[in-house]
Design a protein around this ligand. Structure first.
Ligand code: ADP
Ligand code: MG
Length: 359
C-alpha cells in the first residue's frame, strides 16, 4: 500500500520523523544483467529513512539501473529489494511507495502546470477539492504559485523541474528517487536548485535517493553517498569521510582530485611503501626553498605547468623523473606566482598522506 500522508500537517510530519528511525530502502546482493553486460554487480546497500543518499559514479557505472530496480521498472537478475520493511522484489512499480523524478522532467506537454501536478491524485480518484488544495500547497512549496495555467512549453528548465518535483511529491511518497534531476540546467541555476532541493528534503523529512555523476553535487547535498564503479559500490560513507579517507585510487580520483603515488614512488619520498593518495590542496608550495618545518615532508621540484582557475591556481610540479604532482593554491592577494621552469619546494604533513588498498 502506498502511504498517504498530507503535507503541511504537523502531525504527519511527526509521523515521518518517527519513521526516520528505520531503514527506508535496502538492496541485498542485487545484480542486473542485460545480455552480456553486467550493469549492476552484487550491490548491497541500506538507506535510512529521512536520509539524503546519493549514488555517485561515472557514466555507465550502474546508477540509473539501481534506481530503476528500486522503482520497479527493472527486475533484478539476482538479489532482493526491501522498501519500508517489505520485500518488494517482485512488486510492480505502481504498488511501491516511491516516486521518481527524471532528468528530462517527463511532463505532459498538453496539460497545464496545475494538471500536471495534480495528475497522481487524478489517477487515484481524489475529489476535486482535495486536488485543488494539494496542488496549491505543492506549487507554493516549489515556488510556482501563479503559474498554474501555463503549459510546460512556456516554462524555463528550472521551472519545469519544479513542476516535476511537485508532481512527484503530491502523493507524499516516503521515498523519492531522483535521476540526475539538475543535469539539464546551467551551472548557476543548478547550484541554486541544489540548495532548494536540500532544504525541501529537510523540511519534508522524505528519504531522497539521488543519482549524480557530479562529485561536487553529491558532496554538498548528501548525508551519505555510495561511489559506483563498473556496477559495483567501491565505498559508502559521509561526504567528508569519503573525501578525507578514500579507500581506493578510484575513489580518491573520482571524489575530488588526488595525486596517486605507487608504492615505489611513496618509498622514494620516505613514506610507507604502499599505494597512497595526496590531495593537491594539502601540498604547500614555496618559492624560496623556505618552509622547512618539523613534521613536514619536503621535496624539491620544477614547475612544469600552471593553470589559473579564478579562486585557485593549479600547479604541476615535477619532483623526479616521470613523477609530477598537482598542487592547488588559493589565490590570495599577497602571493607571487612561481614561473614555469622555476625551482620550487613542496611540503606536506605526513598525516595528510592516505594509504590506499593495493590496486
Ligand atoms: N536496457 C539496457 N540494455 C542493455 N544495456 C543497458 C541497459 N540499461 C543500461 N545498460 C548498460 O548498463 C550499464 C550501466 O548503465 P546505467 O545504469 O545507465 O549507468 P549510469 O546511470 O551510471 O550512467 C551501461 O553499460 C549501460 O550501457
Ligand atoms: Mg544514468
Amino acid at each position: 500500500m502506498r502511504t498517504v500522508l498530507p503535507l503541511g500537517d504537523e502531525l504527519h510530519r511527526g509521523a515521518w520523523r518517527a519513521l526516520a528511525l528505520s531503514t527506508a530502502v535496502a538492496l541485498d546482493g542485487v545484480s542486473q544483467q542485460f545480455g552480456s553486460v553486467v550493469a549492476v554487480d552484487d550491490v548491497s546497500l541500506t538507506v535510512e529513512s529521512g536520509e539524503f543518499f546519493s549514488l555517485l559514479g561515472p557514466s555507465g557505472s550502474g546508477k540509473t539501473t539501481c534506481l530503476r530496480m528500486i522503482a520497479g521498472f527493472d527486475l533484478p537478475t539476482t538479489g532482493r529489494i526491501v522498501i519500508g520493511g517489505e520485500d518488494v522484489t517482485s512488486v510492480p512499480p505502481y504498488r511501491r511507495t516511491v516516486n521518481t523524478v527524471f532528468q528530462d522532467y517527463a511532463l505532459f506537454p498538453h496539460m497545464s502546470v496545475a494538471e500536471n501536478v495534480a495528475y497522481p491524485l487524478m489517477v487515484r480518484g481524489s475529489d476535486k477539492r482535495t486536488r485543488v488544495q494539494r496542488t496549491n500547497e505543492m506549487l507554493e512549496l516549489v515556488q510556482l504559485s501563479g503559474l498554474e495555467n501555463r503549459r510546460p512549453g512556456a516554462l524555463s528548465g528550472g521551472q519545469r523541474q519544479r513542476v516535476a518535483l511537485a508532481r512527484a511529491l503530491i502523493n507524499a511518497p516516503p521515498v523519492l528517487l531522483l535521476d540526475e534531476p539538475l543535469g539539464a540546467l546551467d551551472l548557476k541555476l543548478r547550484q541554486q536548485m541544489q540548495i532548494e532541493l536540500k532544504a525541501l528534503q529537510r523540511q519534508l523529512g522524505i528519504t531522497f535517493i539521488y543519482v549524480t555523476h557530479d562529485q561536487e553535487e553529491a558532496l554538498s547535498m548528501s548525508d551519505r553517498l555510495a561511489v559506483f564503479r563498473e556496477g559495483r559500490i567501491e565505498q559508502v560513507g559521509s561526504p567528508q569521510s569519503v573525501y578525507d579517507t578514500p579507500k581506493t585510487a578510484f575513489v580518491a580520483g573520482f571524489v575530488g582530485s588526488a595525486n596517486i603515488l605507487t608504492r615505489e614512488q611513496a618509498e622514494a619520498l620516505g613514506l610507507s611503501p604502499v599505494t597512497t593518495a595526496l590531495r593537491p590542496e594539502k601540498i604547500h608550495l614555496h618559492i624560496n626553498g623556505d618552509g622547512s618545518q618539523k613534521g613536514l615532508v619536503h621535496c624539491q621540484g620544477r614547475l612544469v605547468g600552471r593553470q589559473f582557475l579564478g579562486i585557485n591556481t593549479r600547479f604541476e610540479v615535477e619532483i623526479s623523473q616521470g613523477l609530477v604532482l598537482d598542487v592547488i593554491r588559493q589565490n590570495t592577494l599577497d602571493q607571487i606566482l612561481p614561473e614555469p621552469e622555476q625551482q620550487v619546494t613542496l611540503s606536506w604533513r605526513v598525516e595528510d598522506v592516505r594509504m590506499l588498498e593495493p590496486v
